[in-house]
Design a protein around this ligand. Structure first.
Ligand code: NAD
Length: 479
């Protein structure tokens, strides 16, 4: 059997049957109460606690090697934390919220009542294959919806496991796992979901948006792109290098919000490169046979990264690597050391594509405005990092750049806080989730106007005439 059949492919009949089944189940329970929702969230916690190690092992098997600590930090703990946060706040989020009524419409009342949407479809990538499925599921469950998810076919062992463990904790009518390749993903995204969340590349995001548009399915797009890191002239280079190395090498750079390239004051580049190299070697004295260092997910992506380097050096770029140990074994394990790329130009592919690997081009700047202008001349990034000591420079960058999110003086961390919305802007995506924002995003915050029996609005009904003009005069006077 090949990898695809190992994970079990959902047939088209099955896909349509499960969708119809979820819709009917939703129609029978259109507004599950807090107890039902909390029970679903608790089952996510139990499943994650029971199978955490098994999930980490399955993902690692599909990657070749995926650091266990990274699975805990980026897959399992965020899911447990996210579910707990939703459980804690759910009852208060579900409460109707009173809306003030303007004087001319009093004594009516108005409220916003959050209501579930129905069946939410979730298409996920491979790089954080548990978190990027379960965090959207948590938001959808908290909001009272049912979910159908389509994980990435690049992780067949993990897909088979996910299908099995989800079936142990949930009925298909609550949580269905649809397995298969991009073709199934394509058909999946044509289903008339009540909301569709797609996490993946910008290129596929465009195709998904078109498919969803045909049904007018509301869409959240969590996409990728090139996230800059700006090293300020005021930065302590040793300190910031450690943070950037950690952010870049976490999951071997296969992170949507990984720092993609660094903008560094020209005069500081040699010292910064050296600080990066020594920091990387301190964290990873070797990469071959080092279980802490994650492999590139497959040969295609490994080759893609090698081609980026080949193209850059062919056009005059130079490389500095933090390599130590057995290079040929590292290559066999599809591991690439931190590779700093100097002398890059806009023509090089590495400055056009999202890198999604442990390669870091460095661009010099002479004046902070140049760095800001560079960021603004390109697609709005999913994340932006600024590291330094000068609060004036920090505020200038924050005020004059637009990105999905920002971490100041670290990397990746804005995605870790449940209370902060996570999402992109422009080509990096639309819509956000995590915490209360996820709950609201996947609810219909239904506006309701409760008319009072003492309402005066009927005085403005036709036939319009002197009475209408008198009331209009009063409204104009007191508004
Ligand atoms: P991808 O776009 O190739 O695939 C994502 C998912 O879409 C997979 O499940 C795939 O089977 C499915 N798919 C493929 N073609 C499809 C189609 N035509 N219609 C519907 N579904 C289709 O992305 P990937 O390689 O799995 O992930 C890497 C990308 O995801 C990077 O660009 C990264 O930045 C981005 N990403 C974004 C976030 C975020 O939160 N913004 C998080 C992780 C990854």
């Amino acid at each position: 059997m090949n990898a695809m059949t190992d994970m079990g492919i959902t047939t088209l009949n099955e896909l349509h049957r499960q969708f119809a089944q979820q819709r009917s189940a939703f129609a029978l329970q259109m507004n599950p109460d807090a107890t039902v929702r909390i029970d679903r969230l608790k089952r996510i916690i139990s499943m994650t606690e029971k199978y955490g190690d098994t999930i980490a092992t399955a993902i690692s098997q599909d990657f070749g090697n995926r650091a266990r600590a990274e699975a805990y930090m980026a897959e399992l703990l965020p899911v447990i934390n996210g579910a707990r946060h939703n459980i804690k706040h759910l009852r208060s989020w579900m409460k109707p919220r009173k809306v003030p009524v303007s004087m001319q419409l009093q004594p009516a009342r108005a409220s916003l009542i959050p209501q579930p949407l129905g069946v939410v479809g979730i298409v996920a990538p491979w790089n954080y294959a548990y978190q990027l499925i379960l965090l959207p599921v948590i938001g959808a469950f908290a909001a009272g919806n049912r979910v159908m998810v389509k994980p990435s076919e690049l992780l067949p062992t993990y897909c088979a496991l996910l299908k099995k463990i989800v079936a142990e904790y949930f009925s298909e009518e609550e949580f269905a796992v649809i397995t298969g390749d991009a073709e199934i993903g394509k058909i999946f995204s044509t289903l008339p979901f009540d909301h569709l969340i797609f996490t993946g590349s910008t290129a596929v995001g465009r195709i998904v948006a078109e498919a969803a548009g045909k049904n007018l399915t509301p869409l959240t797009l969590e996409l990728g792109g090139k996230s800059p890191v700006i090293v300020d002239a005021s930065a302590d280079l040793q300190k910031v290098a450690t943070k950037i190395v950690w952010g870049k090498l976490f999951n071997a750079g296969q992170t949507c919000i990984a720092p993609d390239y660094a903008l560094v004051p020209r005069a500081k580049i040699p010292a910064f490169v050296e600080a990066m190299r020594t920091s990387a070697l301190k964290m990873f004295p070797s990469i071959a046979a080092n279980p802490d260092y994650t492999s590139i997910v497959n040969q295609r992506h490994y080759q893609r990264l090698q081609s980026l380097l080949h193209d850059a050096t062919g056009q005059g770029a130079t490389l500095v690597t933090a390599a130590a140990g057995d290079a040929s074994r590292a290559a066999k394990e599809r591991k690439i050391p931190l590779t700093i790329v100097l002398g890059v130009t806009e023509q090089m592919q590495i400055m056009r594509d999202e890198i999604f690997g442990p390669l870091l081009p460095i661009l010099p700047y002479d004046d902070l405005q140049q760095a800001i202008d560079y960021v603004n001349a390109h697609d709005r990034p999913l994340a932006l990092y600024w590291l330094g000591e000068s609060t004036a420079n920090r505020d200038r960058v924050l005020a004059n750049t637009i990105s999905g999110g920002v971490t100041v003086n670290d990397c990746l961390m804005h995605a870790a806080l449940e209370e902060l919305p996570f999402g992109g802007v422009g080509p990096a995506g639309m819509g956000s989730y995590h915490g209360e924002v996820g709950f609201r995003h996947l609810s219909q915050d239904k506006p309701i106007f409760f008319q009072s029996r003492f309402s005066g609005t009927s005085m403005m009904y036709p036939p319009y005439g002197a009475k209408f003009e008198r009331i209009l005069g009063l409204i104009k006077k007191y508004l």
